[in-house]
Design a binder for this molecule. Structure first.
Ligand code: SF4
Ligand code: SF4
Ligand code: FES
Length: 356
């Protein structure tokens, strides 16, 4: 069993396990420490310096996301030194960041955690802007846009792509203020090993990696509707972002809360155009004696299906029927399909694509 010992954070005692970081222990106490480069799913990197805290006995402020607690440690997360550090750090980020007309870090369609931190904590003195010519790439992929001027080089996207997706399509490139996110040879994502999972967008704290569609129509007011992805049988949970009755984007719920742990694949995240597609069938159609399809009510359609199936059974026996369901359906729907097959029509000819 891991060794356990007490530490004190902002005057409150808590017992921690060896190896637990100061950030995690603070979270358990309900003490919020601002972060930028941290993602619970990734190994800590300690690169953004946003989460620095004061630890008694340490000469410098230390990154709480990467600093393991030790017995009887005493931590201050909001001391004067810490707050001065945060304001100055935010000023430095803003001097090197694309800004909106209101002088705050650009929203980039889906939001910007850095902007939220500036609003919440305030920035220090306005510093002269840093003009750095960063390497840019032309990328015709339909989903992901990257803006070097909104990037804080925290490498969350790179680490996500490497540690979670195991794809390593993107990397940090360049030095100093010119550091940016690149692909090998600056090829477009479609030509790289990228799987267009969009996880880099999701983890990016500044919107430097963002959805191309969100840039076209910035949505300020939207409501989130929880749903289950119907592209395969895994059951990933989705948040459908709905604006004026239309789904405008799809994100994963908070990591650690659902089976997909904040991850989605290209279909779950981006393939939602079908929802409002004009070719989508929204009314049942029945082929009439004239050979053409005619709109019908659901009752009429279900009656026609039942009549057709019973007719086949009467003429050729139950085993002339076959029932096929899909891994896109829920477990309950698949259960009902086999029940219909076996109990209602009397045949074991039922199958589901995930069974092969
Ligand atoms: S979309 Fe997924 S695979 Fe492509 S660069 Fe981003 S994280 Fe990597
Ligand atoms: S694109 Fe976003 S996640 Fe990637 S390094 Fe830049 S700020 Fe960090
Ligand atoms: S969150 Fe700790 S250094 Fe970035």
């Amino acid at each position: 069993m891991a060794e356990r010992f007490p530490i004190t954070i902002d005057g409150r005692a808590i017992e921690v396990s060896a190896g637990e970081t100061v950030l995690t222990a603070s979270k358990r106490l309900g003490i919020e420490i601002p972060t930028l480069c941290h993602d619970d799913r990734l190994d800590p990197m300690g690169s953004c310096r946003m989460c620095l805290v004061q630890i008694e006995g340490q000469r410098r402020l230390q990154p709480s996301c990467a600093f393991p607690a030790s017995p009887n440690m005493v931590v201050h997360t909001a001391s004067e030194d810490v707050q001065r550090h945060r304001a100055l750090l935010l000023s430095m980020y803003m001097a090197d960041h694309a800004l909106d007309a209101d002088g705050l870090p650009a929203r980039r369609g889906v939001g910007n955690q850095l902007r939220d931190l500036v609003v919440a904590h305030g920035a220090g003195p306005t510093l002269p802007p840093i003009e750095a010519e960063r390497d840019r790439r032309l990328d015709s992929n339909p989903y992901i846009d990257f803006d070097p001027d909104s990037c804080i080089a925290c490498a969350r996207c790179v680490r996500y792509c490497d540690e979670i997706e195991a794809v390593s399509a993107i990397t940090l490139a360049g030095r100093g203020a010119k550091t940016t996110i690149a692909t090998a040879g600056q090829i477009g994502l479609l030509d790289s090993t990228c799987e267009l999972c969009g996880g880099c967008i999701d983890t990016c704290p500044t919107g430097a990696m963002t959805e191309k569609k969100s840039l076209l129509s910035m949505v300020v007011k939207e409501r989130k509707v929880r749903s289950t992805c119907n592209f395969c049988g895994v059951g990933c949970q989705l948040n459908l972002h709905v604006n004026n009755g239309r789904v405008t984007r799809v994100t994963a719920p908070e990591p650690g809360t659902t089976v997909n742990d904040g991850n989605l694949c290209v279909k779950g995240r981006f393939a939602f155009d079908f929802i409002h597609h004009e070719d989508r069938l929204t009314t049942p159609l029945i082929r009439g004696a004239d050979g053409l399809l005619h709109e019908a009510s659901w009752d009429e359609a279900l009656d026609a299906v039942a009549k057709g199936l019973l007719g086949v059974k009467e003429r050729h026996g139950a085993d002339a029927l076959g029932f096929i369901s899909s891994s896109r359906c829920t477990g309950e729907e698949n259960y009902l399909m086999q029940k219909l097959s076996r109990a209602a029509f009397g045949t074991n000819n039922c199958h589901q694509c995930a069974a092969t």
